[in-house]
Design a protein around this ligand. Structure first.
Ligand SMILES: [Zn+2]
Length: 126
């Protein structure tokens, strides 16, 4: 089976863009929440009336919020990249082999930059 090189239809591209915009808005909201949470935890940790057990768990929760926030930011920048590719017309093309990324893969991960074959090759190092 040969892979299509035909450009994605305008309707499909619009759907991808709408999905990305919605996901981006949601993620941006998460980042704000997570950062606020990390801040509150930070403040509580330095509170002099907290007992040490509370401070320990606050620090753990703060680290969790920080790492989730970092993850969300990372995803946000991938989404921004995908939107740029939508603008310049390279959306849906594998950055490694240049072939069209499988539609099912794009639908599951619209901000992916590699087709399944290249991804697998990158993962196994072959
Ligand atoms: Zn590829």
């Amino acid at each position: 089976m040969t892979r299509q090189r035909r450009p994605l239809s305008a309707t499909r591209l619009r759907a991808f863009r709408e999905g990305l915009v919605a996901e981006r808005a949601q993620l941006a909201g998460h980042v704000v929440d997570l950062d606020a949470e990390a801040d509150v935890k930070n403040w509580r940790e330095s509170g002099f009336d907290d007992d040490p057990a509370d401070a320990g768990s606050a620090s753990f929760e703060r680290e969790t919020a920080q790492s989730l926030s970092l993850h969300a930011r990372n995803l946000l920048s991938q989404i921004d990249d995908a939107m740029r590719r939508l603008d310049d017309g390279s959306f849906g093309d594998c950055v490694t082999c240049g072939l069209r990324i499988e539609l099912e893969r794009l639908e599951a991960l619209p901000y992916t930059t590699q087709c399944m074959d290249c991804r697998r090759r990158a993962e196994t190092g072959r």
